[in-house]
Design a binder for this molecule. Structure first.
Ligand SMILES: Nc1ncnc2c1ncn2[C@@H]1O[C@H](COP(=O)(O)OP(=O)(O)OP(=O)(O)O)[C@@H](O)[C@H]1O
Ligand SMILES: [Mg+2]
Length: 421
């Protein structure tokens, strides 16, 4: 018997009928789906990134655009610098304040001003007082002992100015030739960029308010000490700003030892010099009484040592707690003597016939005119006596010299046996 033929296999299910075909299509479909989803994700991410980049750009445009940057500086001028309150006992100086207020708000801008006064005579305090009453339109900046390259940046901060990637483009669009500027070394590069923007803001201020704004830079002697070039550049700017009646620039500097430096700049011809001097002896005694010194010591200390020089009065308040007026005077006097000796040993100072001796004695009685003093002492010795580390001579804007302070005057008179005239 033959074996029964195996039953026919059941028809294959359609899914199993064309495995290769389906496999190919399945693969393509998967790939397409993957590609679509990847593209979608990429597009979403790109859109997200683009949106943020755009937003950033918009934000940058809002905060960094030249218009906004200039508007900030203009607002700083309009608001004026905030001047801190004076906390200690205060000597009222109405004349000095009135003089400075005229300097800060000149009826007509003809020149820039250099405010001069001996070290520690109260310039900064007086300028603060003159501004505090109404600071609108005045930006005040004080140079500290920073390194020179930082100076323009710190001044920019006082002016609420932050240069950015658009600053140079803005200036180029305004037709400013920047090649020389951008290749210059610091601090000149930053200073020139700042000064160019400052000019534009000053013009905006003047147009809007009908009078120029004021920029005060205090303690410019700190700049001069590190080399006069930057100070001269600032003076040139101040002179040009005055010539164009654009911005009232006021520079504050201590003592005349710096004045020859300022005078070396041709821009000095345009400067008006205003002097802040010492307070009177009566005011000085009153100051010491208010600071707890007894009347007898206060009177003698003012007459012998400090006169009306604030920096000396302040140190007396402290020193008189431990020492007598005479002891303090002796200390000052021996310093003056060794300075003098170091400087003019070779010049036979103690020879009574010496012309130097006579000139110094003449100075113990009052001021001498610059040409005659420089002729008798010579420029070299005059400069040395004027130097701030020696502080024997003081130069005054009315073109005269005096001895530097009350104790120097008395020391020189005693050391050289000067007789009264
Ligand atoms: N009108 C005043 N009343 C009381 N104290 C004052 C007055 N003016 C200045 N002083 C004090 O005298 C000292 C010197 O003042 P200030 O710093 O204003 O002098 P300055 O001339 O600016 O000094 P520098 O030459 O060092 O810049 C400070 O301690 C200050 O507080
Ligand atoms: Mg000062």
């Amino acid at each position: 018997m033959s074996a029964a033929a195996p039953a026919a296999a059941p028809a294959a299910a359609p899914a199993q009928q064309q495995p290769a075909f389906r496999g190919v299509f399945g693969f393509i479909g998967g790939a397409v789906a993957k590609a679509v989803s990847t593209t979608f994700i990429v597009l979403v991410v790109a859109a997200f990134v683009a949106r943020h980049v755009l937003e950033d750009k918009n934000t940058i445009a809002k905060t960094h655009s030249p218009e906004v940057v200039l508007a900030r500086m203009l607002a700083r001028f309009e608001a004026g610098s905030v001047i801190p309150r004076f906390e200690k006992y205060h000597v009222s100086r109405p004349d000095a304040i009135a003089m400075l207020q005229k300097v800060l708000r000149p009826a007509r801008l003809k020149d820039y001003t250099v405010v001069i006064g001996e070290v520690g005579c109260g310039k900064t305090t007086a300028v603060h007082n003159a501004i505090r009453a109404n600071s609108t339109g005045i930006v005040y900046h004080i140079v500290k002992s920073e390194v020179l390259v930082s100076m323009p940046g710190l001044l920019a901060r006082s002016l609420a100015f932050e240069p950015n990637q658009f600053t140079e483009g803005y200036l180029k669009d305004r037709g400013v030739e920047l090649d020389e500027v951008t290749s210059a070394a610091e601090p000149f590069r930053s200073w020139v960029l700042l000064s160019l923007i400052l000019r534009d803001v000053a013009q905006q201020f003047k147009t809007k308010h009908g009078h120029p704004a004021t920029l005060v830079i205090d303690a410019v002697d700190e700049i001069a000490q590190q080399g006069p070039a930057l100070l001269h550049a600032i003076q040139d700017f101040a002179k040009a700003a005055a010539d164009e009646q654009l911005l009232n620039v006021v520079l504050v500097t201590c003592d005349g030892s710096n004045l020859p430096e300022l005078k070396a700049s041709s821009a000095m011809t345009r400067a008006r010099i205003a002097e802040v001097s010492d307070i009177t002896d009566e005011q000085a005694v009153d100051f010491l009484l208010h600071r707890g010194v007894n009347e007898d010591a206060a009177k003698r200390a003012v007459a012998k040592i400090a006169g009306g020089r604030f920096v000396l009065l302040n140190s007396l308040v402290f020193e008189l707690q431990f020492k007598t007026v005479e002891q303090i005077f002796e200390e000052f006097s021996s310093r003056t003597e060794s300075s003098l000796q170091r400087l003019i040993d070779d010049l036979a100072l103690y020879n009574a016939t010496s012309v130097v001796h006579k000139t110094l004695c003449d100075l113990t009685h009052g001021s001498l005119r610059r040409p005659s003093l420089e002729k008798t002492l010579g420029i070299d010795l005059t400069k040395k006596l004027l130097a701030t580390n020696i502080n024997i001579l003081a130069y005054h804007p009315n073109d005269t010299y005096t001895l530097h302070s009350r104790h120097v005057q008395r020391s020189v008179a005693a050391l050289l046996n000067c007789t009264r005239p």
